[in-house]
Design a binder for this molecule. Structure first.
Ligand code: SAM
Length: 239
């Protein structure tokens, strides 16, 4: 029985994220239809102005509730896109390294960052596959890691997990094997036991497995199978 979300689960493309049709024109594709094609410029247009992801907000709430610690408020936003989560981290006083393989995503992010936060933001143009994170109290990867080259996923994840110190957190999504995109050769999908193994060095704050269906603009329905994760590195884990 899947755990019930405490807040409505977000997909990259909930109905709220549909681009409104202009003047009776055919509805514009939804964000997930762009993501299906890896059309990141279209995706950034479709999610423009959207707020931070629930998993990011949950992790920040938990950090705020934790006992005072010496861990620096430094986060990596991996697959940051045009910056919806990075902006929230900066707003809450974190220093952020925002990483994405899309130059357009990073340039949209830099254009929108409030000038009073700019000195706490660093950006890096990189694929996950070539990126070695430095030690970070928080690594956030919203709807990002399933787009990793599948044959490189395990090493990418090992570097992420190793970079988070005990008391630090990971937040983000993994996609399950019953998601329609699992059939695509360029996506990394995981079963629940595999997700639990990835998180072996973590205490689970949230692991919500959500399966639902969403119609795209053309009526084609996508089956989603998503794990929403917030997890805290245990003392004694690597790093
Ligand atoms: C679905 S978007 C998510 C963006 C943002 N985190 C959000 O929640 O809206 C996926 C992002 O991952 C980036 N991406 C895809 N494959 C990547 C890779 N192999 N390495 C780095 N970034 C990648 C894309 O450029 C895109 O910005």
């Amino acid at each position: 029985m899947p755990e019930q979300p405490t807040t409505p689960p977000t997909s990259p493309c909930t109905p709220a994220e549909t681009t409104p049709p202009a003047g009776g024109a055919a509805p514009a594709p939804k964000a997930h239809e762009y993501a299906h094609e890896r059309d990141w410029p279209g995706y950034y247009r479709a999610v423009a102005g959207k707020g931070a992801r629930e998993t990011l907000l949950k992790a920040l709430e938990l950090f705020e509730r934790d006992a005072p610690s010496d861990l620096p408020r430094f986060a990596i936003d991996l697959g940051c896109g045009s910056g919806r989560d990075t902006f929230e981290l900066l707003r809450r006083g974190w220093r952020v390294l925002a990483v994405d393989a899309s130059e357009l995503g990073l340039s949209l992010l830099k254009k929108e960052v409030p000038s009073e936060h700019a000195d706490r933001l660093e950006t890096m143009l990189s694929g996950y596959e070539d990126f070695t994170p430095r030690r970070a109290t928080f690594i956030n990867a919203s709807y990002a890691l399933p787009f990793c080259e599948p044959s490189r996923f395990d090493e990418v994840w090992a570097r992420i997990a190793a970079a988070i110190p005990p008391g630090g957190r990971f937040a983000g999504q993994f996609f399950g094997e019953r998601d329609d995109w699992a059939a695509l050769p360029d996506r990394a999908h995981h079963t629940r036991p595999q997700v639990e193994r990835l998180l072996a060095e973590f205490t689970i704050d949230r692991l919500q497995e959500v399966e639902n269906r969403e119609a795209g603009a053309t009526g084609i329905v996508k089956n989603w199978h998503v794990f929403h994760v917030v997890a805290k590195k245990r003392p004694g884990g690597s790093s």
